[in-house]
Design a protein around this ligand. Structure first.
Ligand code: PFF
Length: 460
């Protein structure tokens, strides 16, 4: 096995600026989680109070891991696996911590396999909206369109393949000419599309009702399960615990202040989630639809609203384009740890690593494609009681979102908080004095306790 452990810090392929890294990491954070999942879990959990808890989780649990993971990535300067190997040596810790690196590469591989299938749905829905297929259609027709898509493995496979091809193309071109160029174009586009959507919702929807739904907390509507959902989603939406930030951090110049940048990323991610809610709920309320409709909120409920409103075809197209852009900038971040690992550990060129890694991920994604139709009744681990009834897709999602991401996040918090040497940590993170001590307190105690609780809950 050829090994190239030259840290990226010495190579000339760092992010060209702090802004480039911020956009790329925010691009990873902002994704289907913000536009698809956040609105529907807010709807299911009664609005305001849930949003408040979610914000607390982002800043007390998410941000500390975001900071720690990026710092570890920059310090090691290589793929997550090699970074953790280097750091366990230089920090004189147990070699067991190297599992963090492997967890990252494997989890990001698996998460992309199903994320890309859902990314394909966004492609399909851009077409449907543009062709005016929602115009005047009733709930049965629109529900039927979604059902038919899921029932057709060839159609799902086609769009899954197109989505993966886009992701592989961008990643194969490298950090500066691939990822950076893509996020420089796509992130401003995403913000523009989102603002256009919120503006449309302000003028054509029940905006006041949506604002009060999202921002007036009614704690009687909040359940324990809701609190735990907020905590779990905070980790998913910030892309923490899965090696992505470690990989992106490995290309981060030493001059960038990680603590400040992490705050910017968290604020951008949260801003997009809230704006997505403000784009979606006014349309839902204006059409007397159900905010707690669940995962079908943006593929069934929202198209119904687009079908009833003037200009709905245009804004429906804009909305699904927004979803696609968000999904692409997250998906490229998931491929990066895999490609970085193939390049370094197997000595394969970047283009070949992106194509080979992408192909393997695409292949595993077929399991998710089939889970919605032909394998709908296949439950591979059904003999284990808590995995009963789970399809291949459900299992992958459960494994990554409920086990590998929280455990990865927990391990990162513990490694940075307890195992690494304190010396130099403050300047690596970019904090001083009291704020550094407060940060370390949260990282060592609050964050692990929070993640531990969600983890145990999800397991049960
Ligand atoms: N943060 C992304 C979202 O909210 O859609 C999802 C995600 C991206 C998860 C990257 C994990 C990851 F590594």
């Amino acid at each position: 096995m050829s090994q190239n452990t030259q840290p990226h810090q010495q190579a000339n392929n760092l992010w060209s600026s702090k802004l480039a890294f911020t956009l790329a990491a925010a691009g990873s954070a902002v994704g289907l989680g913000n536009i698809w999942k956040f609105p529907y879990i807010t709807g299911e959990n009664g609005g305001g109070a849930f949003v408040l808890i979610y914000l607390a989780c982002i800043f007390l649990i998410g941000v500390p891991v975001l900071v720690a993971e990026t710092m570890i990535g920059r310090k090691g300067g290589q793929s997550p696996v090699a970074t953790m190997r280097t750091l366990t040596r230089s920090e004189g810790t147990s070699r067991g911590w190297q599992a963090i690196g492997w967890n990252g590469v494997i989890a990001s591989f698996l998460v992309l396999s199903f994320y890309a299938v859902i990314g394909g749905w966004a492609l399909v829905y851009i077409g449907k909206a543009a062709l005016g297929l929602f115009t005047g259609a009733d709930a049965e027709v629109i529900g039927g369109q979604f059902g038919n898509l899921l029932a057709n493995p060839w159609e799902l496979l086609l769009w899954h393949s197109v989505f993966m091809a886009i992701v592989v193309f961008i990643v194969s071109r490298g950090i500066r000419s691939g990822l950076e160029k893509a996020v420089n174009l796509l992130m401003p586009l995403l913000f523009l599309l989102l603002i256009a959507m919120v503006f449309y919702a302000m003028t054509s929807g029940s905006f006041g009702q949506a604002v009060s739904f999202m921002f007036s907390p009614d704690f009687s509507k909040l359940t324990t399960a809701g609190v735990l959902t907020a905590l779990g989603h905070a980790a998913f939406t910030l892309s923490i615990g899965i090696g992505v930030l470690m990989a992106y951090g490995s290309y981060l110049p030493k001059s960038v202040n990680i603590a400040k940048t992490a705050m910017t990323i968290a604020v951008l991610d949260t801003g997009v989630a809230l704006l997505a809610g403000l784009a979606i709920f006014p349309l839902v309320f204006a059409n007397n639809l159900e905010p707690g409709a669940g995962p079908g909120l943006i593929f069934v409920t929202l198209p119904l609203a687009f079908g009833q409103m003037s200009g709905g075809a245009l804004f429906g197209t804009v909305f699904f384009a927004l979803l696609l852009v968000a999904a692409i900038t997250s998906a490229i971040s998931m491929l990066e740890p895999v490609v970085e690992w193939l390049e370094e550990h197997k000595g394969i060129s970047r283009v070949k690593s992106a194509i080979g890694g992408g192909f393997a991920i695409w292949f595993i994604g077929i399991g998710t494609v089939l889970s919605f139709n032909i394998w709908g009744d296949v439950h591979p681990l059904g003999f284990i009681s808590f995995l009963e009834g789970k399809t291949v897709f459900d299992l992958l999602d459960f494994l990554v979102s409920n086990l590998m991401m929280p455990l990865g996040g927990l391990a990162i918090a513990l490694f940075a908080g307890w195992a690494m040497k304190r010396e130099g940590l403050a300047s690596d993170i970019g904090l001083k004095g009291g704020s550094f001590r407060a940060f370390m307190f949260v990282l060592r105690f609050v964050t692990p306790a929070g993640i531990g609780i969600v983890f145990l809950y999800n397991l049960v």
